[in-house]
Design a protein. Sequence first.
Length: 259
Amino acid sequence: MSVDEVCELDPTVFLAAKDHPERSANPPDLLILNQPITDFATFSRLWKHSQYRICADGGANRLHDMFTGDLESQRENFLPSIIHGDLDSLRDDVRAYYESHGVEVLRDGDQYSTDFGKTMSKISERDNATSQKDVLILGTLAGRVDQGLGLLHEMTREENKHPNLRLWLFSESSLSIILRSKKTIVRNLQSSKLFTENLGLVPVYGPATISTAGLEWDVKDWFTQMGGQVSTSNHVKADEVQIETDGPILFTVERAPLL
């Protein structure tokens, strides 16, 4: 396999207790979807490492409702930059609360795009298309299968539309990203203690030929496709994992509980 480009990724910077190293220069954006937020510790780390935080329509409901009981007093400390979408899911009480605190609420009535697509376009509009921008997505692959597959579809669609954006999906227990046609080096998977050993490389976007280093079951020039050979339930065995692929492939690694 001939691979000219090398992409180096360090997912630990978005979950670290310390500040993001690019906090002042090029901080990531945070997209909150209309799905349950089950882990406040993870949410608060992603919030800390981002600067522009956008709720996709009913995602504002999820953000608002997370702050109940002992957390209610903290709600005012977590105000999004904007609430955007067709707003058919946004509750009146939630809209009133955030508007009263100066949060912009912007409706996009386009019936041919999803709230995910609307918010991604908004993110792309405000960023320099010539620079790489990380977008942290707080969502889920649990629940309805069609919605989970739809989210994976929307991730690759939006990366194709906006090549300067890199999407990181933080679901209940995992981190997932799309690896493109290049060599990718993922760093600090063991030393950070932010991830478990469980890792998968899933060809959900079509067949691919992959080579790996740093896994328990490494492969070389290995053809993978749904219905054929698939590297799920693999294990991280080095602090640095290398993957080469000739087509887009879903990289997913289990997150460890935050201490």
